[in-house]
Design a protein around this ligand. Structure first.
Ligand code: IMP
Ligand code: MG
Length: 179
């Protein structure tokens, strides 16, 4: 794992290693398989941040999952703008389907609440959230997410899909902002 990573004007230090992430991804996949086997689940990965997590998770799943990608945008730099755009990219009917949203990180929960509301109107049989990271201190979402990789302090992180001003997504591990 690289020691320090410099992105734009900021520096980041190692936080969650690739090995630790992969071990946890396998555990989450086992939990999801136990719940969704035989239910023809459809997973909706939220672009761009969840692409890497979704890919690794999918390599472990045996519950015959379908996959679709959706996109929203609510973030500018390191602070939430509080603004959330529409959900785009959904082409499959979700009525009576078991739906699992795959997210990179839940911070304030604003994005997830918006996605949840939009998806509930499609009348799925069930709707669950699987996120790699959760910041419990910031999270004010209406529902508690069911599948969480790691709970972290309220700090800004990059890597494994997560970006700082569009850079850092390619890193195979998670790095935290240092001052
Ligand atoms: P929320 O609406 O405040 O929960 O923000 C969710 C979105 O903000 C995530 O899907 C990320 O794209 C972005 N985000 C939140 N925290 C971080 C972070 O620490 N690093 C990078 N992106 C983040
Ligand atoms: Mg995101």
């Amino acid at each position: 794992m690289r020691t320090l990573v410099h992105i734009h004007d900021l520096s980041f230090a190692p936080f969650i290693s690739e090995t630790t992430i992969q071990t946890r991804v396998k555990e989450l996949a086992a939990q999801l398989d136990a719940e969704y086997a035989g239910k023809n689940p459809i997973f909706l990965a939220v672009l761009n941040g969840a692409f890497m997590f979704a890919a690794d998770l999918f390599k472990q799943l045996t519950c015959q999952p379908e996959l679709s990608f959706v996109k929203v945008s609510s973030y500018v730099g390191t602070q939430s703008s509080g603004r959330v755009d529409e959900l785009i990219g959904l082409q499959t009917a979700l009525k009576d389907r078991h739906v699992v949203i795959i997210e990179d990180i839940l911070d304030t929960g604003v994005t997830m609440d918006k996605i949840g509301t939009l998806l509930q109107s499609e009348q799925p049989a069930s709707l669950a959230v699987c996120a790699l990271l959760l910041k419990p201190a910031s999270y004010k979402g209406k529902q508690q997410p069911q599948y969480i990789g790691f709970e972290i302090d309220d700090r800004f992180v990059v890597g494994y899909g997560l970006d700082y001003k569009e850079l850092g997504r390619e890193l195979p591990a998670v790095y935290q902002l240092i001052n």
